[in-house]
Each structure stands twice: as structure tokens, then as C-alpha cells.
Design a protein around this ligand. Structure first.
Ligand SMILES: [Zn+2]
Length: 194
């Protein structure tokens, strides 16, 4: 019987089944920190408009904030996420999971602040008042399975769980029961958190 470990689905933190983009918006995780949390987000630019290249441009540091009046507030903003799941389920990765992406902002999970330090951020293309697509859940399920196998993840939260009052994504239409079925984490590891 072979004792070889299963081949990793990650290469230096880059998921083999994602399209690789390299955002300039990242830095090192603090020494000793591990990936213990997945944070799920929803994003669209402009809000509620899907299939544009603006989210990609934002994370790549190339967004022309003059093209839409909503974008003025994004001027100079340096943000990223590890992954984006587009409406058709296509998965793009912007930052290695071994590095710190800038997605959570001011945030707290349990007693710990600065969730970027110890989390992977996944953005689903969407908004609070529209259901996410089946293809997005399929991609997300596969990605969560790979992440849970590769990293010591103990919880999955929404941005709204770690920045309550400030953030509402991934929103009320996000189907947490799907994550519960897909992840096999204990119930206490998923929203709603006590
Ligand atoms: Zn968010």
C-alpha cells in the first residue's frame, strides 16, 4: 500500500485549477500565522452589474475610476482577494494563499482582529439582492474542499460576520446550507456564530 501523500492542489499557495492573475496588492502574513479562516464576500462593479472587467481591474490596481461615478470612492484604494468566482463559475486567483490579501479591512473573528492575517478571501461576483448562480456554488464547493485539505481551516465566515455593521456581503441570498453540506465542518464553524 502506498503511503505517498495525495498530490497537493496548490503550488506555493496557487490553486492549480484557477486562472492565475498576480495582484500587486498583498504582503506577507505575520510570522507564525496560518490560514485558519475562509471569508466569503460578494462584489460587483458597478453594484449589481455582472460580467464587467472592473473587479479584475480593481484587484490588479488598474481600475480607471473615471469610467463610472460609483468608482470615485475607490480612487487610491488598494484591495485584493485571494479568489474571485465569476458568475459563470470561472475561478480566478489574485494572491497566493501563502500571502496576505487585503479583503477584510477592519474585522474581528472571535477574539482575533485583523482577519486578513489568518484568512483566505473568496469574492463571489454578485450583490446582496440577487441569488448567486449554481455554477458559482459548484466552483466554490470544489475550492473549499481543496482549501480544507491543504490548510488548517477551522471556520468559514461571511464578510458581514467579521465586520458587522460595516459590511453586508455575501448577503441574505447566499446559501450557507450549501457550504454546510460541502465543507463537513462542525456547525459551530459556520454562521450564524454565537
Ligand atoms: Zn466583502
Amino acid at each position: 500500500m502506498s503511503t505517498e501523500p495525495a498530490p497537493s492542489l496548490f503550488d506555493a499557495g496557487w490553486y492549480r485549477h484557477a486562472r492565475r492573475r498576480e495582484s500587486p496588492h498583498f504582503d506577507a502574513r505575520p510570522p507564525g500565522s496560518q490560514v485558519e479562516l475562509v471569508v466569503l464576500h460578494g462584489i460587483s462593479l458597478p453594484a449589481g452589474v455582472f460580467g464587467t472587467e472592473h473587479v479584475d481591474a480593481l484587484f490588479m490596481g488598474r481600475l480607471d475610476t473615471g469610467v463610472h461615478r460609483e468608482f470615485a470612492a475607490l480612487e487610491g484604494l488598494r484591495v485584493s482577494a485571494h479568489f474571485v468566482v465569476r458568475r459563470d463559475g470561472a475561478l480566478w486567483q489574485y494572491v497566493s494563499c501563502d500571502q496576505r490579501a487585503w479583503h477584510a479591512g477592519v474585522s474581528r473573528f472571535g477574539a482575533r482582529q485583523r482577519c486578513n492575517d489568518f484568512s483566505v478571501g473568496i469574492e463571489l461576483e454578485g450583490c446582496d439582492d440577487v441569488a448567486y448562480e449554481r455554477a458559482q456554488y459548484e466552483s466554490l464547493g470544489a475550492l473549499l474542499g481543496a482549501l480544507l485539505q491543504a490548510y488548517p481551516i477551522r471556520a468559514i465566515a461571511g464578510h458581514s460576520d467579521i465586520a458587522p455593521g460595516r459590511k453586508t456581503d455575501p448577503g441574505p441570498h447566499f446559501d450557507w446550507s450549501f457550504v454546510r453540506r460541502a465543507s463537513a465542518l462542525p456547525r459551530a464553524a459556520l454562521p450564524p456564530f454565537a
